[in-house]
Design a protein around this ligand. Structure first.
Ligand code: 2AM
Ligand code: CA
Ligand code: CA
Ligand code: CA
Length: 279
């Protein structure tokens, strides 16, 4: 009989293994001509590779763990509503940063997370272009290519490098909220060191986990954008919260990831978010 720890190790190894295989596919497709389609609007892109990889990952993990459940971006887009239960559930984003992938901007990642009893146990975020494999298992730290990573200890918002995104919606009301948040952070009295937009929610969170940036927030993201990267931030010593400062709700479409609670509390009072339909 396996102990719970051995079981989690088996899930972790399987996730790393399939993330690498999927990474080869993304790497091969990266510089080639792509077949691009749009989803909710003209700035919400998807390629054949997104769909192919999600199918590959789910098929491979389901073969190994037939009783497990699956939530994936492209399955959800195909009409399969996310059902998040206590059953071991794999949460998958085949390519996080599809717009980057289409433009050959090298910030793309394969995200594979495993939740048991709705708690994240394993998180894998692999950038195959830069060959960076970010990994975490609950209670054992966060790593990039096997080397332990830690969040920044900066607690002063005016000394922070902040990451956010434009998002895929061009609805004027949503764009307005994005811009007013940016303006508030840029202007005095806050006047952060600077602001970055990298185009991948998961890699933004890995930047926070690595201490490259102090914090990241975004409204409009989905559970598959943040599930795997969330445990990586936490195991690197950081916090994941709702942008309001309340506890994180994985299905609520919004995230604040920061190196520490002090910084998160400072920024949360300045951030506005639009309520979106839950995942
Ligand atoms: P994707 O590339 O997998 O679609 C960009 O804002 C980041 O947020 C990307 O990681 C993108 O993931 C994700 N994202 C997905 N849907 C979004 C939405 N409706 N609004 C904002 N970001 C979204
Ligand atoms: Ca997408
Ligand atoms: Ca995504
Ligand atoms: Ca995606």
């Amino acid at each position: 009989l396996q102990t719970a720890e051995q079981e989690i190790q088996e899930y972790f190894d399987a996730a790393v293994d399939i993330a690498r295989k999927a990474g080869h596919v993304v790497f091969e497709a990266f510089h080639k001509e792509k077949n691009i389609d749009t989803k909710s609007c003209g700035t919400d892109l998807v390629t054949e590779t997104d769909k192919y990889i999600e199918e590959l990952i789910i098929r491979t993990l389901r073969e190994k763990f037939p009783s497990h459940s699956f939530i994936g971006e492209e399955s959800a887009s195909a009409g399969k509503k996310s059902v998040f239960t206590n059953n071991p559930t794999w949460i998958i984003d085949p390519i996080d940063g599809t717009t980057n992938f289409v433009h050959r901007y090298p910030m793309v990642a394969i995200c594979i997370g495993l939740a048991i009893n709705k708690q994240m146990e394993v998180g894998i975020v692999f950038n195959p272009i830069k060959d960076q494999m970010f990994t975490a298992r609950r209670g054992t730290g966060a790593f990039c290519n096997g080397k332990q990573i830690h969040c920044s200890s900066v607690t002063d918002l005016s000394k922070a490098l902040v990451i956010t995104e434009l998002g895929s919606s061009r609805d004027p009301e949503i764009v307005n909220v994005v811009m007013s948040n940016l303006r508030r952070l840029a202007e005095k009295p806050i006047a952060v060191h600077s602001i970055r937009l990298q185009g991948s929610a998961a890699l933004n969170m890995c930047s926070v986990a690595s201490g490259e940036a102090e914090l990241y927030y975004e409204c409009g993201i989905h559970v598959w954008d943040i599930a795997a990267a969330g445990i990586i931030v936490e195991e690197a010593g950081g916090v994941t919260l709702d942008p309001s400062g309340k506890p994180l709700d994985l299905l609520a479409r919004r995230i604040l990831a920061a190196g520490n609670k002090e910084l998160a509390d400072q920024v949360s009072q300045y951030l506005d978010c639009i309520d979106l339909p839950r995942d």
